[in-house]
Design a protein around this ligand. Structure first.
Ligand SMILES: C[S@@+](CC[C@H](N)C(=O)[O-])C[C@H]1O[C@@H](n2cnc3c(N)ncnc32)[C@H](O)[C@@H]1O
Length: 305
């Protein structure tokens, strides 16, 4: 005879205690997410579940041990991360989307011309990782032509997987490019046709002290931007300048120590006006935006793709 199911509340309590003891800050919330994941229910419905069998309890114990012992990020253990209105697949090899990147997505979405005006906005996400920026824009704006560029193969695999999932769910498919965002020739067939370039490049200055959890598990190629944090950002701004239409928009995320430098790089580039620095939800400097200032005949005639 099968043993009695184990009551959910007790399993959550035990998992939360182990997580807290292992130094996890949001132990209660993480315990609920891990238990819900294993039980195969929404976290909000976890307490309505009948109980967990021994195999489920053992799996929860395994995940809690991986979280506390090896410091594996919760999102890698669950296999998904929230990304605005979407959930994206994540795991070793790809950067976990962060809430602050939402601010860039919202900024860009607010600046695209309203749908139905006869213009198909072209948007480029440079350094796409899991696809959080590109896929959220494609989800919010089915009329947009969205391109996502990623250099590193492990991240590219997650990007392809998430793009296929979103296309299957009915979103307009994005166009994926295996390329280097520092290459001035990248996307040359889109030159002068892009309405918005958005990027969350690797930007941490290599001297920064990082929490062990980040250092140990997310790829260094997604995190570090050279000694000054600008190794990818600077050529990327030049590339964006070649891609954008007159009156096109740029949004670039940066380290909280490099806002002034990134704004200066964009200002010096020569093609951008209205360079603005923005903070994240915690009030830290987080991204720079700008708009190309030269209006020419091409734009007035509305010959965008
Ligand atoms: C900070 S992560 C951001 C990922 C995603 N945009 C996000 O916000 O979650 C930076 C991404 O840029 C990629 N990358 C690094 N250098 C690159 C380059 N030169 N060209 C294109 N992608 C690059 C990394 O592999 C990583 O996926």
């Amino acid at each position: 005879m099968d043993p009695q199911p184990v009551p959910v509340a007790g399993v959550v309590r035990t998992a939360a205690a182990a997580l807290a003891q292992g130094g996890v800050e949001s132990a209660q919330a993480e315990a609920r997410l891990i238990c819900a994941h294993v039980a195969g229910v929404e976290a909000s419905r976890l307490m309505l579940a009948d109980g967990l069998d021994r195999a489920a309890v053992a799996e929860i114990e395994r995940l809690v041990a991986a979280r506390t012992g090896e410091g594996i990020p919760l999102q890698y253990l669950l296999g998904t991360a929230p990304s605005g209105r979407l959930d994206l697949a994540v795991g070793p090899g790809v950067f976990i989307p962060r809430p602050e990147t939402e601010l860039l997505v919202e900024w860009v979405l607010a600046r695209l011309p309203a749908p139905g005006g006869g213009v198909r906005p072209v948007v480029v996400d440079l350094c796409a990782g899991s696809g959080t920026i590109a896929l959220e824009i494609a989800h919010a704006r089915p009329d947009a032509e969205v391109h996502a560029v990623e250099l590193h193969e492990p991240a590219l695999q997650w990007l392809r997987r998430n793009a296929a999932t979103r296309a299957d769910a009915g979103d307009t498919p994005i166009v994926i490019h295996h390329g280097d965002a520092t290459d001035p020739e990248l996307l040359s067939d889109l030159r002068g046709e892009v309405m918005a370039v958005v990027s969350n490049p690797p930007y941490i200055p290599v001297t920064d002290q990082l929490p062990e959890e980040v250092l140990g598990h997310e790829p260094a190629t997604a995190l570090f931007g050279g000694a000054d944090g600008l190794v990818v950002a600077v050529p990327l701004v030049d590339l964006a300048a070649t891609l954008l239409v007159p009156g096109g928009h740029l949004a670039v995320e940066h380290d909280d120590t490099t806002g002034a430098e990134v704004a200066a790089v964009v200002g010096r580039q020569g093609r951008f006006g209205t360079v603005e620095q923005h903070t994240d939800l915690a009030g830290r400097p987080r991204f720079v935006t700008a708009t190309t200032c030269d209006v020419d005949q091409t734009a007035q005639e509305g010959t965008h793709r």
